[in-house]
Design a protein around this ligand. Sequence first.
Ligand code: IMP
Length: 423
Amino acid sequence: MSVDLILGLQWGDEGKGKIVDFLTNSYEIIARFQGGPNAGHTLEFDGIKHVLHTIPSGIFHSKVENLIGNGVVIDPVIFKKEIENLNKFKIDLYSKLLISNKAHIILPTHRILDASSEISKGKSKIGSTLRGIGPTYMDKTGRNGIRVGDIFEKNWEIKYDLLCKKHINIINSYKKKIEFNLNEMNKEFFKAIETLKQFKVVNSQFYLSNAQKSGKKILAEGAQGTLLDIDFGTYPYVTSSTTTAAGACTGLGIAPKDINEVYGIFKAYTTRVGSGPFPTEINGEDGELMAKAGNEFGSTTGRARRCGWLDLVALKYAIQINGVTQLIMMKGDVLSGFKKIKICTSYDSEKKLADEFPFNLSENEIKPKYIEFPGWEKDISDINSENELPKEFISYMNFIEEELETPIKIISVGPDRKQTIFR
Ligand code: IMP
């Protein structure tokens, strides 16, 4: 079993980028398995902050190969910008980055479709990142999509034009109109396609299978989080891919029997960006304090994230769906200074939902039941050993660990690589 997985257990933004980068020394391959440039994986070291959208978070390590798997959707324009940013750091991208020939391509019209659909929904909009993710996965499952392998075929532009025309017809059918200049967008797109073509495009399921045979260790990197999963998330306020462990199998062509550790990553509290239900959301001063202390602004869109207390009902559900074997707790430092800290242990509702994650979180009057913990004053962001952590922090963490019946192996107390405690 040579594949480990890392995935988010909440509504995304748990800090996967930092931890993948931190764990990368133990792996030969880092492979992204789903999502697209709706993700913003943030890494910080040597005083520089990097945000990756499509490229796996192992890219800064010289000995590691990074694969964009078949389950990912790629926007060539955003990809080109990411490459240009990384070029400043003198990384040998052409030998270290591989792309699956089966990954689907986001067209400029997918982005316009996304925006048209959101505007037409009015108040019930999803709060999409507007990166064209939903429409691209719709074309994938509708069997109309264009894959990376296609761009090397003769006359693939004919297929592109046909799909584009189909999109324009749909866009025109929306009452609310969006302004766009397709000629300009197409120019930018085809220029970016040339950049994409320069990379190693591989039959990634064979590449990974051969790597396993030769004893290489692989870390599969998820994007977004379990509660945004297309099947198991808070539908319809979700993304359009399988963000859970099963997504690593379909998004990389890996067999379930080859999966070893499943690292589940969560924040010591909860955040959500975009619309949708959020039972433990804090509306008020504590929420604002948390957002400020945690710098809770989206790394892709800059939108303010909604903040709330830790939700064990949701976390237990996420652990169950993913088969998590080890937990990683992020941003404990953000809770320093709170007099009292709450944890939700069950949901109360007229339908007596007890501690099971409900079918439809939005339609039920969910009242979270909380347990209160005393806070700690001390700034813990410089601490690098568990023994130095305040006793209140330890009891908060021990309670979570016991309730979740899964060990917390890593504690992160700040964005930098160095601010990480192994247990
Ligand atoms: P989409 O995937 O861009 O269409 O967005 C669908 C929903 O998922 C929206 O609520 C987004 O805010 C949310 N979302 C998508 N990607 C991320 C992410 O990387 N972090 C957090 N939320 C995300």
